[in-house]
Design a protein around this ligand. Structure first.
Ligand code: ZN
Length: 102
């Protein structure tokens, strides 16, 4: 499963069978998940659905994050890198919401 990023920060979850789920449609609360390189949740595909699962203990009121690890379909220019820059502040921050910045 890959998360797809497009301008306007609409996020699509590409399933293993090539179908795509738009995480922003239908009032889905997953659209409120922000990115962090040191995320406390992850998106898990199970039987054609996406579930957000905790990867660590989460306190009441703590913000939920996933590591977007976005895949994009355009050349990786400096402008594109800047569009997806990360400022999460984690010690492990890779400075990008993209899966690959190479
Ligand atoms: Zn980061």
């Amino acid at each position: 499963m890959k998360k797809r990023g497009v301008i306007g920060h609409t996020f699509h979850f590409a399933l293993s069978d090539d179908r795509v789920i738009d995480g922003s449609r239908g009032g889905n609360s997953a659209r409120w998940l922000n990115h962090a390189c040191g995320a406390n949740c992850e998106a898990v595909e199970d039987a054609g659905r996406i579930f957000i699962e905790a990867t660590s203990s989460i306190d009441v009121g703590e913000e939920l994050f996933i590591d977007y690890q976005l895949a994009i379909d355009e050349p990786l220019t400096e402008s594109v890198r800047n569009r997806y820059v990360c400022h999460c502040g984690a010690i492990t921050c890779r400075r990008s919401m993209l899966a690959s910045v190479a």
